[in-house]
Design a protein around this ligand. Structure first.
Ligand code: MTE
Ligand code: HPA
Ligand code: MOS
Length: 771
């Protein structure tokens, strides 16, 4: 705790490129993750017995040998659950343990709690399970054909798109398969539960959603919410994979703790984590565009079908977000967006950075490439001609886009990265090189900020000022590496103009700030920053009344101390004086996003408070003999409004882009015909490594950025939008593939664009282009 008096005078903390508060601890190992917490005496370790079938009736589940195995203290099955056997966020279709019927391969049947993890694992293997096989629906296409869906098909409409396409001078149609993605957070799913007195439970878990964990555990255990305290210091990554799907493991550990009166821990092995938890939804997209001779859109129709898995989870909202982003940054004029949500016998897919937005967005980018190719125009020009703010401002859901800066950003980026000259250089290279082909693309991102489920846009914070001038800061958001805690601490330090070191960052806890939303939808700093500021302002109002009465002047907070008329008082002395005058120095702050509303029945409204924008230009080189490829240069210009912390924001932009690049290039999930995930370890599932980082990687925060809405210090959310900048890599690869046919035919390229797919696409292009 630094002195908050004049001696500690420092640079402003707001808008400053301050490193992540945990960075030194991440490096030294001091940062505590759940598995680092010293294990309590009597701790039990859990291992989960899984279904070996994707779809079957369980005709026999004999756990006699499991119960008798060495070290086993308890075996948990549905009969042990005092409350509901359901861990779903709302739909009631996610059992903690499957009962009667299994619906995906890897589904939990039972859990063993034993003295050690190896003993729990060995015991679980002794289960005798017999199945009566039922036919599995593995793909979204198969489920759609069978009429299996998690909710009725949704439709969003603006005008009459089919008629507009038919009446347009030109039209094109295409189909795109977009793969899913494994979260691959470095810290896997883990929870530690310690029972207290009178049925109290303290739960340490790696979750983006402490409140939902608390509420669902109470529902499973049939106890009041108030008996369960959930605590999260940090996650080793979440990326959406811990918005709902962390709850099952915490619930198992809580059930074990309740049943045995002993502490219990569960930590999934990487393979189990990959098999048992949901991923990004893969999509099949059919698109149709009508346009004029310059590539200006007259109408667009999209039909989306996603693999939701066996239960709803968050698939309603995720598929809604795919619809919201089918336009990306472009005014469609007339639109019809049809969205099927297919129920399959695979693990329930879930939130993943972008929350359906990336899958919705990529189709129009491929479609605009097809339009440009068909007209012999540069795709960059076709994109520019269709931007919101250029050719219209009405979205397919009736929200008017008033803040589009996509054109400014694209033009500035094109200038900075020498787009036109490089377009010519790439064409020249391709004309003279047979084996290595280059591709180039510059694409924009427009991403809607707010939970589209309007009531989730609220947050709380708890601020205590102690009499030594130190400040305890708590809020409802969770830290998953994205730098939320440092940003909110900057907001609090700035409010009192004290050094950042005066603000103590603490664990997120449901007993400090209740009834919170998941840290998701990129809204963590928008919501919790405002709630923390609100708490600071409440304390300041009381301090102002005290100061007026005592010193005859309103206090002005400065880095030198508190100015009271012509007197300057150290912050510590001022708050101590207030304490002696019996002024409360603690407050619970609250915030809710204004001016948003949405009617899901008609899919119209203003779901987003504002939009975040960015653009990326990627250049790739593809080996036409092998399909191997490399992203050689990337330039990014991204809008974060007035950045709360440019160092953190740059990290989010870089990390998001690379994660998106992995999704679209090397990360491939393969389910076999029986519904088995065959890519369930890093040996077969390839995430980007340091060597995949582009050799030239220029990232800039847009200097002119400023949020036109009254967000926390006019900043913009940054967590998810940059992932979609990686669509430029996919388009650049498409451009390289098209070059083998002299840009005469549009490649059929699905995502991820693996070397195999690139090779096949090039062969196909050559044959269609006539050699
Ligand atoms: N960055 C890191 N390092 N780790 C993460 O798990 N999750 C992303 C993004 N950036 C994530 C991350 C996702 S999916 C979201 S929604 C946001 O961070 C959540 O945090 P925020 O709302 O505070 O931006
Ligand atoms: N994003 C992330 N999580 C969510 C959303 C969203 O828009 N809506 C509900 N949960
Ligand atoms: Mo992020 S997918 O909204 O957790």
């Amino acid at each position: 705790m630094a002195d908050s008096g004049a001696a500690a005078r420092t640079l402003p903390v707001l808008n400053a490129p301050i490193g992540h508060d945990s960075a030194p601890r991440h490096v030294s190992g001091e940062a505590l993750y759940i598995d680092d917490i010293p294990e309590p005496r009597g701790l039990l370790h859990l291992h989960v017995g899984q279904s070996a079938r994707a779809h079957a009736r369980v005709t026999k589940l004999d756990l006699t040998k499991v119960r008798a195995a060495p070290g086993v203290v308890a075996v948990l099955t549905p009969v042990d659950i005092p409350g509901k056997n359901d861990i779903s966020p709302f739909a009631g279709d996610d059992p903690l343990f499957a009962e009667g019927e299994v619906k995906f391969m890897g589904q939990a049947l039972f859990a063993v709690a034993a003295e050690t993890l190896p003993k729990a694992r060995a015991a679980a293997a002794l289960a005798v399970v017999e199945y009566e096989d039922l036919p599995p629906l593995v793909t979204a296409g198969a489920a759609l054909a069978a009429g299996e869906r998690i909710e009725p098909t949704q439709v969003m409409k603006l005008g009459d798109a089919r008629a507009a396409v038919a009446a347009a001078p030109h039209s094109l149609a295409g189909h795109l398969n977009v793969g899913g993605q494994e979260h691959f957070y470095l810290e896997g799913q883990v929870a530690l539960v310690v029972p207290g007195e009178g049925g109290d439970l303290h739960v340490w878990t790696s979750t983006q959603h402490p409140t939902e964990t608390q509420h669902i555990l109470a529902r499973v255990l049939a106890c009041p919410d108030a008996a369960v305290t959930v605590e999260v210091r940090r996650m080793g990554g979440g990326f959406g994979g811990k918005e709902t799907q962390s709850v099952q493991w915490a619930a198992m550990a809580a059930l074990a703790a309740l049943k045995t009166r002993r502490p219990a821990k569960i930590r999934l092995d990487r393979d189990d984590d990959m098999v048992m938890t949901g991923k990004r939804h893969d999509f099949e997209v059919d698109w149709e565009l009508g346009f004029d001779g310059e590539g200006r859109l007259k109408g667009a129709a999209f039909e989306l079908n996603s693999r939701c898995g066996f239960s709803a989870d968050l698939s309603h909202a995720i598929n809604d977000r795919a619809m919201f982003h089918a336009d990306n940054a472009y005014a469609l004029q007339a639109a019809e967006i049809v969205s099927h949500r297919s129920r399959t016998h695979t693990v329930s897919n879930t939130a993943f950075r972008g929350f359906g937005g990336p899958q919705g967005m990529i189709a129009i980018e491929q479609a605009l490439d097809a339009v440009a190719l068909s007209l012999g125009r540069d795709p960059f020009d076709v994109r520019l001609a269709n931007l919101y703010g250029v050719s219209g401002d009405l979205t397919p859901y009736g929200q008017t886009v008033t803040d589009s800066v996509a054109r400014e950003i694209m033009l500035e980026l094109a200038e900075n990265c020498d787009y036109r000259a490089r377009r010519a250089a790439v064409a020249k290279w391709n004309a003279t090189n047979d084996h290595l082909k280059r591709g180039l693309a510059l694409t924009p991102v427009k991403f809607g900020i707010s939970f589209t489920t309007t009531h989730l846009n609220q947050a709380g914070a708890l601020v205590h000022v102690y009499t030594d001038g130190s400040i305890h800061l708590n809020h409802g958001g969770t830290e998953m590496g994205q730098g939320l805690n440092i940003k909110v601490a900057q907001v609090a330090a700035d409010a009192f103009k004290v050094p950042l070191s005066a603000v103590r960052i603490t664990s997120t806890r449901t007993d400090k700030v209740p009834n919170t939303s998941a840290t998701a939808a990129s809204s963590g700093s928008d919501l919790n920053g405002m709630a923390a500021l609100n708490a600071c302002r409440m304390i300041q109002e009381r301090l102002a009344a005290f100061a007026l009465e005592t010193y005859g002047a309103a206090p002005v907070y400065t880095p030198d101390g508190v100015r009271l008329g012509d007197q300057l008082m150290p912050f510590k002395a001022f708050v101590n004086a207030a304490y002696l005058a019996r002024v409360s120095l603690s407050a619970a702050g609250f915030y809710k996003t204004p001016d948003i509303h949405y009617d899901r029945a008609t899919h119209t409204g203003r779901p987003f408070y504002y939009y975040a924008y960015g653009a990326a230009c990627s250049e790739v080189v593809v080996d036409t003999l092998t399909g191997e490829n490399k992203v050689v240069r990337v330039d990014i210009l991204h809008d974060v409004g007035r950045s709360l912390n440019p160092a953190i924001d740059l990290g989010q932009i870089e990390g998001g882009f690379i994660q998106g690049m992995g999704w679209l290039t090397t990360e491939e999930l393969v389910f076999d015909a029986k519904g088995r995930l065959t890519t369930h370890a890093p040996s077969t599932y390839k995430i980007p490594t340091a060597g995949d980082r582009p050799d030239v990687f220029n990232i800039a925060i847009w200097r002119a950025g400023e949020n036109r809405e009254d967000t926390i210090h006019r900043s913009k959310a940054v967590g998810e939008p940059p992932l979609m900048l990686a669509i430029s890599v996919f388009c650049a690869l498409t451009d390289a593939v098209a070059s083998v046919g002299g840009h005469r035919v549009m490649p059929n390229l699905d995502a991820p664009a693996t070397p195999e797919r690139l090779l096949a696409a090039m062969a196909d292009v050559r044959s269609r282009a006539g050699g």
